[in-house]
Design a protein around this ligand. Structure first.
Ligand code: AMO
Length: 452
């Protein structure tokens, strides 16, 4: 007895899928098709059974009238359960009563795989279940078309942003995630045992992306996981996220970095609106492509705006999530946009590698990009002058010997440069109006979760 038989299913490979469910259109009427996917919904009306078949693109109705299909097909349909994997061979028929306008009358239904009783519903809207339970069963949860759509949109956003960079001379790099030192400060660093040494998980590709410019690449980018030991579970933090980083040499000033980002996002949003139109519609999201140039305001002005609004904050305080949310209300009102660069952050609030400002005393040539009341990007011009860099590291209280691998290359003609880090999950959640970042994270890692 072979293992297919043992599993009570038919061997694969004897029928090849000819169409996706969304390809069942006028052109396929009266032709024979082979569809493969999951049993989404079953409806048994006695002498006629309905099966809604779902694949990675959508659903189609398989109509099984006792009188019009072989007995074996009718019987198999009666034995199906939700989420069985099936192959359906049949004829496409125009059907006014069906929403899509078509149905398939099967001549053969093969059970490719059976399914245990599902712990959460894959059909959307049947029952409301809490996020935690959904995440426990994330693989099934992701089968829901609306949940799946989030990550198809995320794919588009990243794909077109990457395209934009590639068209502009950026080289994709892959830097180590096991590192010797913190790049963004020590507070949220994960320590790992590395043989007989202490090592850390990278919080950012910061040092290495900069060093690659010193290594002769003019422009680089990396899209990769980074790790933050955030102690608190918040709706905007996860402990592992996808950082979309780029870094560019020979810049004139920090505005070159911001111009690149606004053009990149404009391009990516525009392309995504088209490429992911179906998914956006499914999620009922109207994707607004932000106009370029994005509004720029200085940190000091943002603080003033918050103070005027009654939130007491001083120039030495970072803008907290509540402040960001408030700015998310103020910006559309004041500037008619929800995509705003905040520039010139105080030296104390920025890492040691950030270029101090010549024009704004005590400030830096850095920025955040805020989108609908949340920071989605941090970036800036970096210090390329060795002596200044060492001085700033010392001022921040670091032992410069520990950072020799990073600092030393700056002795040899480092080009002026700058770059940024964009949180892919935050971009996705803000674009789609998602409340909790975990919903925009394929397999979230947080304080309480390291599986699935
Ligand atoms: P920063 O630490 O501000 O800057 O991070 C950059 C962007 O990453 C996202 N982000 C997060 N997303 C989810 N969960 C988290 N815990 C989390 N922390 C940060 C945000 C944020 O804007 N090296 C610099 C970037 C640079 O200057 O190039 C850095 O990492 O969207």
């Amino acid at each position: 007895m072979d293992f297919y038989e043992e599993a009570g299913v038919e061997p694969i490979g004897e029928e090849t899928r000819t169409h996706l469910t969304t390809e069942i259109t006028t052109e396929t009427v009266d032709t024979e098709v082979i569809l493969q996917g999951w049993v989404h919904i079953l409806r048994d009306k006695g002498k006629i059974k309905f099966l809604i078949l779902r694949d990675e693109t959508g659903t189609v109705q398989i109509t099984v009238p006792e009188k019009k299909v072989p007995k074996a097909v009718f019987d198999v349909t009666g034995q199906l359960k939700p989420e069985y994997a099936v192959s359906v061979k049949g004829r496409v028929v125009a059907a006014k009563q069906v929403e899509s306008g078509f149905e398939v009358i099967p001549s053969h239904i093969r059970v490719i795989n059976t399914s245990h009783r599902i712990p959460i519903d894959v059909v959307e809207g049947k029952v409301d279940i809490d996020l935690d339970t959904r995440l426990n069963h994330r693989i099934l949860d992701l089968r829901k078309p609306k949940i799946n759509a989030i990550f198809r949109i995320q794919h588009s956003l990243v794909r077109y942003a990457r395209d934009y960079l590639e068209d502009n001379g950026f080289v994709e790099i892959h830097t180590p995630k096991i590192v010797a030192e913190a790049t963004e400060g020590g507070a949220n660093l994960f320590e790992v045992k590395y043989f007989d040494k202490k090592a850390y998980l990278a919080q950012s590709p910061q040092f290495y992306k900069q060093l690659m410019l010193l290594a002769g690449f003019g422009r680089v980018f990396e899209i990769a996981p980074v790790f933050r030991a955030e102690k608190h579970n918040t709706r905007r933090h996860v402990n592992e996220y996808t950082s979309f980083d780029y870094e560019m040499a020979w810049i004139t000033d920090v505005d070159d970095v911001m111009k690149m980002e606004e053009q990149m996002l404009h391009y990516s949003f525009k392309k995504t609106a088209k490429a992911s139109a179906t998914e956006l519609e499914l999620l009922e999201v109207q994707l607004e492509v932000p106009k370029v140039p994005f509004k720029r305001i200085k940190f000091e002005e943002a603080v003033d705006l918050l103070n005027q609004e009654g939130k007491e904050i001083s120039i030495t305080d970072d803008i907290d999530p509540e402040g960001e949310r408030l700015l998310g209300e103020i910006f559309p009102r004041e500037f008619g946009t929800d995509m705003v660069f905040i520039t010139h952050y105080p030296l104390e609030l920025r890492p040691a590698y950030t270029m101090p400002s010549l024009t704004d005393e005590g400030m830096t040539e850095s920025f955040d990009l805020t989108y609908k009341g949340m920071e989605i990007t941090t970036g800036g011009q970096r210090i390329h002058l060795y002596d200044l860099l060492v001085k700033r590291f010392k001022e921040k209280g670091f032992n410069t010997d520990d950072f020799a691998f990073y600092l030393d290359p700056f002795k040899y003609g480092a080009p002026p440069h700058g770059g940024l880090g964009l949180g892919v999950e935050r971009l996705t959640m803000q674009l789609l109006g998602i409340e909790n970042i975990r919903e925009a994270t394929l397999l979230p890692r947080d304080r309480d979760r390291i599986t699935p």
